[in-house]
Write a protein that binds this ligand. Sequence first.
Ligand code: GLU
Length: 307
Amino acid sequence: MGKNVAGRFAPSPSGYMHMGNLLAMLLAWLDCRALGGRMIFRMEDLDPVRTSPVYAAAIAEDLTWLGMDWDEGYPDPAWCQSGRTALYEAAFRTLEEKGLVYPCWCSRAQRLAAASAPHPGEAVHDPNCQCSRMTDEQRAARLAADRPPAWKVRVPDETVTVTDGHYGAYAQNLAHEGGDFIIRRADGVYAYQLAVSVDDMLMGVTRVVRGRDLLSSAPRQAWLIRALGGTPPEYCHLPLLTAEEGKLSKRLGSRSTQALRQEYDPRDLVGRLAYIAGLLPAPEPISPRQLLPLFDWSKIPAEDITI
Ligand code: GLU
């Protein structure tokens, strides 16, 4: 099985990493390597406004510093979303040919946000949007006369269930709980949901390990991958790191790796992360590779972790 298993790091280089990102990457690496899989490092630098090559380089350096390796990916532009526009374009056309795509002129803020992964509480659908109900004539007239629209995919009134490796069955009615969603912004930038689905499919990713804030995106992505003719990966979400008031703790949680690296030796930081995740009974210096025999999803809590 090892040969076909592929995991991924998929950071957005919109800032320096913090403990939550590092934990997600550590668990993604452990999960993949424990299964003998190939590790992919995809840079999610889709949004030219919100991401920067400076952060991309810093993330790669942090991973290496911590002792995590990868087989394919960054800095090869073929593995960076900024270099994959033609593939997103092709997927967009496929969906369009299936009659699933329509233009939307609503809510500028949502259209701009669509290139990044949605965070908890962020609306993914504008309930007042009437754009899906236009006739072909109305659309054609507006396309000719109005500003460029965003493009949405029309989801079916269908319940999609993903079996999460950590949280179990997670079901979502696409039409009622998520609604039609943006796959291309008005400025032509493809949206996170489309890019991540196309990439996971074309890169042959079989294990998606990431924060629980993206669990609610998984049914949408699994559906999109099937609509594009692919097989969805297995999803394994992990708890988020929080402070008591629900925010990342100032003491440890919110500090960027830039600051953490001043203070910690890499093995100390990995040990701290492993302890936080329940893989070690106490923080002690350790490398990711030494953690492999101790890695087990059943040790990782389901509820969010206060640090
Ligand atoms: N790039 C996304 C983020 O950093 C993660 C996407 C994913 O893992 O699906 O939030």
